[in-house]
Design a protein around this ligand. Sequence first.
Ligand code: IMP
Ligand code: MG
Length: 183
Amino acid sequence: MSLQHPFRVLIPHDSVLRRIREVAAAIAADFPNEPPLGIVVIDGARMFARHLQKYLQVGMEWHELRASSYGSGTTSSGAVQLGGEGRLSVAGRTVLVIEDIVDTGRTIAALMERFLAQGAREVRVATLLSKPARRVVEVPLHYTGFEIPDEFVIGFGMDYAGRFREIEEVVVYEESRAPAVGS
Ligand code: IMP
Ligand code: MG
């Protein structure tokens, strides 16, 4: 029951789900009383967050925040743009940032800096994937799904220029295999 695509599978769908369940259990064990404030870095982390939400405490507060450093290429531009978070107040809260991939670390570093400057008590990070070989800024990752090699991946909510989020596995993007737009 898998969508057809031409890419090489890095992590099968059922392995992703199993691991998310373990990550959720670790988070739940760390917050037995007061749940953290979940902040989902969109768009890429939405699918990961949706699955975490299934396994975590009902009634936990979640917000979405847009962060972009990639534009439409496969290498980071270096500058991180953060969306406005409206009425979101993190003062005195423990924030749990939900990310799809930590690559250079710049996005997480920018988010941590912002939330701590706004008075968050603590900022923790849950990421589905991490590419340690690409790190430019060291950031603490409290909950990591999988460490992966330095390859550009798509699927399970992650995109290349807005495409391929619907692929169920985590797969390696290769331009030469990608179907033309509209085909
Ligand atoms: P960082 O700021 O360099 O750590 O980049 C983090 C952001 O870049 C992630 O939130 C992703 O949205 C995006 N990103 C990094 N690597 C990949 C990848 O292999 N596939 C899709 N998006 C990626
Ligand atoms: Mg992201």
